[in-house]
Design a protein around this ligand. Structure first.
Ligand code: ADP
Ligand code: MG
Length: 306
């Protein structure tokens, strides 16, 4: 059966210091996973800042082209460019939610305009009453109403409301896959759980598959069905979330878990350089060439070094 999404041995290398420079960054190295079409889930990608999470998300959205490997959505290659029919059909099914809602919305444009233009371009609606109904339905799914949001500019909403509106905008076209790149990191701590619970409700009530990208282990533990842990572009451990997070095997996965207890992190997505595990993790990075993921009996895969 065709997968919803198949990330097939995907790598992304960026040149640094101009096209003629030999310097490069391997942002993503051989990422490989599939999402099932029949079983909506929350698939979490976690790693500290710079581990390649956003690059992977942008490739899945067709905003970046892989250097090698391929990405299939419902069996067909993700259309990467243009405004053609194929790209539009893809975007109606795969929608992003970005980190900072205040950046995602133009401060001079009313928030409802984003929802109505999504309804027009992806649902093909033209009648104002139909557009209002589509907007209201999407806003209801995130606990807002058109009466609350209609006519408002971004600064007239709270960060939490605005991120909900961003999710509502993504939901207008009834996508089957939502890619949420650190959706709660710019939202007040007190409102984070409401957004996280919303993602859960989308999976359970609307059957939306969610790729949840985060550096926050607590929310990841709370909502994830499966998890994929990245260290400097490489997947180091992946599998059922509880199996992996209850007893992580890879040193970097253990470091990530230990860092939750560190106060120095303060949500910045960086690890506190105090743990004894750090040297071990750095050492493994040096030995990563020729390393490979090995399946374990409990359903996870762990990177092993030669
Ligand atoms: P994350 O989202 O996990 O913080 P990113 O995917 O943003 O990680 O970045 C991974 C690596 O790729 C980083 O070293 C970053 O500097 C580099 N990178 C990301 N985008 C570009 C780009 N457009 N050009 C060059 N390097 C990039
Ligand atoms: Mg990022």
């Amino acid at each position: 059966m065709t997968d919803l999404l198949h990330v097939d041995h995907v790598s992304k290398r960026y040149a640094q210091g101009g096209v003629l420079s030999r310097d490069h960054v391997d942002a993503v190295i051989d990422a490989d996973f599939s999402l099932n079409r029949k079983a909506p889930e929350i698939f979490t990608i976690i790693g500290e800042s710079g581990s390649g999470k956003t690059t992977l998300a942008r490739m899945i959205l067709g905003l970046e082209t892989p250097t090698s490997g391929r990405i299939l959505f419902e069996g067909a290659p993700v259309p990467t460019t243009g405004t053609g029919r194929q790209r539009r059909a893809f975007m109606a099914k795969v929608q992003p939610v970005f980190q900072n809602p205040f950046e995602a919305f133009n401060p001079l444009k009313r928030v409802d305009r984003y929802l109505s233009s999504t309804a027009r371009s992806f649902l093909g609606l033209t009648k104002p009453s139909d557009i209002d109904a589509a907007m209201d339905a999407a806003l209801h799914k995130v606990g807002l109403t058109l009466a609350e949001v209609g006519g408002r500019y971004p600064h007239e909403l709270s960060g939490g409301q605005l991120q909900r509106a961003a999710i509502a905008r993504a939901l207008v076209c009834n996508p089957s896959l939502l890619i949420a790149d650190e959706p709660v990191s710019m939202v007040d701590a007190s409102l984070r759980m409401s957004i996280v619970n919303l993602l859960k409700a989308l999976r359970d009530d609307a059957g939306v598959t969610v790729i949840y990208i985060t550096h926050d282990l607590a929310t990841a533990y709370y909502i994830s069905d499966r998890i994929l842990i990245m260290q400097k572009g490489r997947v180091v451990e992946t599998g059922p979330a509880r199996v992996v997070l209850d007893a992580p095997l890879h040193p970097y996965a253990r470091l990530l878990k230990a860092s939750v207890l560190s106060t120095a992190d303060a949500g910045a997505g960086r690890l506190e350089p105090s743990s004894a595990l750090i040297a071990e993790c750095d050492g493994l990075l040096q030995r990563a060439d020729g390393s490979r993921l090995v399946a374990q009996a409990d359903g996870r895969q762990v990177r092993v070094y030669g």
